[in-house]
Ligand binder design. Structure first.
Ligand code: GSH
Length: 227
């Protein structure tokens, strides 16, 4: 009997987006419930996730929260459906998993904060984003073909960073970040740029992404922060 999966989500949320990418790659059926993030969480939802955040996953009635944990749990539960990360029992498993974890850590500890700052400042500080990607990310994508570590298919590296990379590329294209930043990335971080092209061309990554809604919300958020 197949497991019952229910994802509590909001399609605007990049963290919840990680769970959607994982589920799309694995091709497992699931039910979803959209959580309204514009109003206080209901007591029902707080009983599911006391932190009130999305995503939450119910697996046969047991709740799992935190997007990276949800994504890894799904990948570990359905290892035969997609090789997002090799199992630890695979002779190459621990090393590949460590490399993926280092890449994801590099994105979030060295790049993502600078990128958010530049986005909120209309592009000011964009050169710091380029420098951080050049130093921390570019060397790790040397062997991408087109995905992390030479993989032909998405890996956990793309699952966990993809929502953020998709937003970065979208905001460049839609003018929320200056064109010069995009040009600098294409010139100075070719591995990253090529890899990000593959990430944003993936149907699993774009599947639930409502570009207009995300752009509108982001513009509103930036305006509110400025005011
Ligand atoms: N560390 C969490 C972050 C999730 C998160 O921040 N979700 C946001 C939406 S993008 C949320 O639920 N915010 C609701 C709130 O802060 O009230 C994860 O990775 O799952």
């Amino acid at each position: 009997m197949s497991a019952s999966l229910k994802l509590y989500t909001n399609h605007r949320c990049p963290w919840a987006h990680r769970a959607h990418i994982t589920l799309a790659e694995l091709g497992v059926p699931y039910e979803e419930e959209i959580i309204d993030l514009d109003t206080p969480r209901t007591p029902e939802y707080l009983a599911i996730n006391p932190r009130g955040l999305v995503p939450s996953l119910s697996y046969n009635g047991t709740v799992i929260t935190e997007s990276a944990i949800v994504a890894q749990f799904l990948a570990d539960t359905y290892p035969d459906r997609a090789a997002l990360a090799p199992p630890t029992t695979d002779p190459r498993g621990p090393l590949v998993r460590a490399r993926i974890a280092f890449f994801v850590d590099a994105w979030f500890s060295k790049v993502n904060g600078l990128y958010n700052k530049a986005l909120n400042a209309g592009g000011d500080g964009g050169e710091l984003v380029v420098a951080a990607i050049k130093k921390e990310i570019e060397p790790l994508l040397e062997g991408a073909a087109p995905f992390f570590g030479g993989s032909e298919k998405l890996t956990m590296a793309e699952v966990l960073t993809g929502p953020f990379v998709l937003r970065l590329r979208t905001f460049l294209r839609r003018g929320l970040l200056p064109a010069q930043l995009g040009e600098a990335l294409a010139e100075q971080t070719p591995n990253f740029y090529k890899w990000s092209d593959a990430v944003i061309a993936s149907k699993s990554v774009t599947g639930i992404f409502n570009e207009d809604a995300v752009v509108t919300r982001t513009l509103e958020r930036i305006a509110k922060a400025k005011a």
